[in-house]
Structures are given as C-alpha cells and as structure tokens.
Design a protein around this ligand. Structure first.
Ligand code: ZN
Length: 246
C-alpha cells in the first residue's frame, strides 16, 4: 500500500435501500458499501457516509480529511442542507476531488458547481447500454477496451444540460437509440470533478468490473495534486514601479 493513500469519502443518500426491497436485495449493505469495496481494494483509505448521519456525514472535520468525495443521491436531493452544500463546494474549489455518480446529476452540489439545470431525458426499460471510450489517452480510460456494455440499465439521453465538459471521456449509446455524455471532466477552482453516468439502484451495475474500474480511475484522476494555491484580491507589485518622469 502507498505510504499516503488517497482518502476517499463515499457518500450515499441511502434512502432507496430503506424503502425498496428490490434495492435491498441488490445492495444489502447499501450502494455505498458496493462502491467502497473496489476503492479499498485499489489501496485507497475509504470511509462512507449517508444523508441520515449527523450533518449528512459531511462535517468540516470529515471534509478536511477527504481528498476525493464520491456522491450518489436520487430521491432526497432537496433534503441536503444548503449550508452543507456550500461547505462541500468550498472544499472542491480548494482542491478536493468530486466524483458524481448517476442520479447525482441532479444533486444540489453538482448543479451548483455546473451552474445549469443538469436536466436530461430518462427511461426505465431494461435496455442495453454501450459505453464508448472517446478519449483513449485519458487516465480515466485506463484498463478499458474500445467500449464496454452494461446488459440492463436505465436510459439517460441528450440533451444533457451541462456546461461543455473540459474533457469528455465516455459516451453512451442505448438500445432505444439515444446517446449521452457519460464521462465528463471539469475543473472548478483547484478541484477536479468527474461525472459518471451508470448506476441505477435496481441493477447490479456497481458489481461490474469495467464500471468499478472507471470509478477507481476517476478517484485517482480527481485526487488533489500539488497545484499552486490560488491568490486573489489586491496585490502588491513584485518589483518597484518607477514613477513616470515629465
Ligand atoms: Zn436511476
């Protein structure tokens, strides 16, 4: 194991698991447990939190010791406190990585960081998804083939109301004919953000090798580097400014 492993906080709303027997059966210990497992196996230091933890498990202290936050939410976006969303945003702008999964596209934190509605088309019809790698050089594509398939997933379709990604790594095609920008990279302040589409709660998507590989790669990519601290505001000159003569 690395001497300083990347510290990951896997955040999951955790409500479907409490209400829907189908989801309970698919993810008996919660989606966060399934998402955390491959990250632990990859050598990261991993903790989990859910919406019903005090301060949603996103205390100042918890965020201070997080390098990359992963986010899965769906039916309770509105219940996430605005104050905590601001706290997470501040940490992202200061360098914490953020990996937003599936229906996290409509989370307060993702919409705030994007500045758009993040609306999209959707359909639950048990259809095949084929995810194409459109940036084979990108670290998030490491270990994937030209494409991979998920046998049954929910459809998300364009238009996806997001700002143009800084880098687009993955594009999905669905059996019903739609396409979708499925792997989108952004920089906000010093923080890196990766949006990754698959992961509907009633499918075994978070047990599929390629999906887990993308999440591990996304965490590695989003982890803070040693980029210079950003300095703003009124600033003294670096050199003496000679007065103009005459
Ligand atoms: Zn879904």
């Amino acid at each position: 194991m690395m001497s300083n492993p990347i510290r990951v906080l896997v955040w999951n709303e955790g409500r479907h698991e409490k209400k829907n027997p189908k989801v309970q059966a698919m993810y008996p210990n919660g989606l966060h447990d399934a998402i955390a497992k491959p990250l632990r196996e990859a050598g990261f230091s991993v903790k989990t939190a859910t919406i019903d933890d005090p301060e949603h498990g996103l205390t100042e202290a918890a965020l201070a010791e997080t390098d990359v936050l992963t986010w899965w939410g769906h039916i309770a976006h509105k219940e996430v406190s605005d104050e905590i969303v601001e706290r997470v945003q501040k940490r992202v702008l200061d360098g914490m990585g953020l990996v937003v999964l599936h229906s996290g596209h409509h989370s307060k934190i993702f919409r705030k960081l994007m500045g758009t509605t993040c609306d999209l088309k959707w359909r639950e019809a048990d259809e095949r998804e084929r995810i194409w790698v459109v940036a084979p050089h990108h670290p998030i594509a490491e270990g994937l083939g030209e494409y991979f398939e998920i046998p049954r997933e929910e459809m998300y379709g364009e238009f996806f109301d997001i700002p143009q990604p800084d880098e687009l790594v993955l594009v999905s095609w669905f059996q019903g004919g739609e396409i979708f920008r499925s792997g989108c990279c952004y920089q906000r302040g010093r923080g890196k953000i990766f949006y990754f589409r698959p992961g509907h709660e009633t499918y075994p998507t978070y047990y599929q090798r390629e999906v887990l590989q993308v999440i591990v790669n996304g965490v590695n990519w989003a982890a803070p580097g040693n980029s210079p601290k950003l300095i703003f505001g009124n600033h003294k000159p670096l050199e003496v400014i000679m007065p103009h003569e005459g």
